[in-house]
Write a protein that binds this ligand. Sequence first.
Ligand code: NAD
Length: 345
Amino acid sequence: MTVRIGVIGTGAIGKEHMYRVKNRLSKAEITAVTDVNHDAAEKALEELEMKAKIFPDEQSLIEAEEVDAVFITSWGEAHEEAVLKAVAAGKYVFCEKPLAVTAQGCRTIMQKEMKYGKRLIQVGFMRQFDHGYEQLKQALDTKQIGEPLLVKAAHRAPEVDDSYTTDMAITDTLIHEINILHWLLADNYVSAQIFYPKKNKHALPHLRDPQVIQLETESGVLIQAEVSVNIQYGYDIQCEIVGEEGILSLPEPETTVMRYKGKQSMNLLSDWKTRFQDAYDKEIQAFINQVDNHEPAQGPSAWEGYVAAVTSDACLKAQESGQREPIELDSMPDFYRDEAKAAKA
Ligand SMILES: NC(=O)c1ccc[n+]([C@@H]2O[C@H](COP(=O)([O-])OP(=O)(O)OC[C@H]3O[C@@H](n4cnc5c(N)ncnc54)[C@H](O)[C@@H]3O)[C@@H](O)[C@H]2O)c1
């Protein structure tokens, strides 16, 4: 079957996903779109040379007969309501991060999904589909370096515009490290603390940049994650895990090494779209395949969306207080535990 997808929010990432469904992936087509800015929906279809029905609002799109599954790629604040509507209609839903902007919003979504009785939701934490991170996960799960003790991570971007604020270093940027390190270590966070080193002269006056976020896990792993968003030289994601008997490092993206005029050089990437292109392709194809096979969704779950929301809230509190802030999670519902086991099997 061809999975018929409706897209809510045809902005930057919405268009990216529409493009990949049309040009890079299989077994799906975009049949419906909606955007609070009607012109944006029209323009997106025009730009991508696609034909799809434009719906006046998300409710009518979700309920439409020609929509099997929904992409939610609107602004973060709008995600919760759209996810709840999609689950109420029994439609599979791929929701870009954040699942909801509050932990309570994530709890409400989990309750709705559990009541429905089958996982329908996949959250857009694409790094779990990145080949490098998959290799780290495999090595950690098979204890190749013994138990992990320390993690050094970095999320660096060349520059940001003036709409980027200090809290967005957590909610938009670190959120990916929060999710991927939780997934890699399979260990809950217990505290967060933020440090502000000397400010980068390229950072705008309102922005504290860089930031170093220190997270501790239940088993005692210490994580130091640097977020630098005015680093000029490129888009660079680093992750090093120090274990009892060895060290694991995230592989660098493939690139040509050039030797020329007495120098050896290699290109660095400049944006997230290129860095994680394959991971985005894989996450969306996995979602399409699950819908096609009527299987429970298996990618990053609503529970992971909840963990990210609680951790992100503690980091925001730590930004303000300068103190070590506790992170307390509800206990994981069996529904997600069982689903996690089924996904691994
Ligand atoms: N996984 C990733 O790496 C990644 C990358 C970029 C963005 N994102 C996330 O994707 C989401 C969208 O980001 P973006 O950069 O595409 O933003 P954007 O502003 O470019 O696009 C959002 C679009 O959604 C529309 N919209 C907003 N509320 C709506 C609603 N209630 N109904 C219908 N349309 C609505 C807006 O008009 C806009 O066209 C954000 O939550 C962001 O955090 C994730």
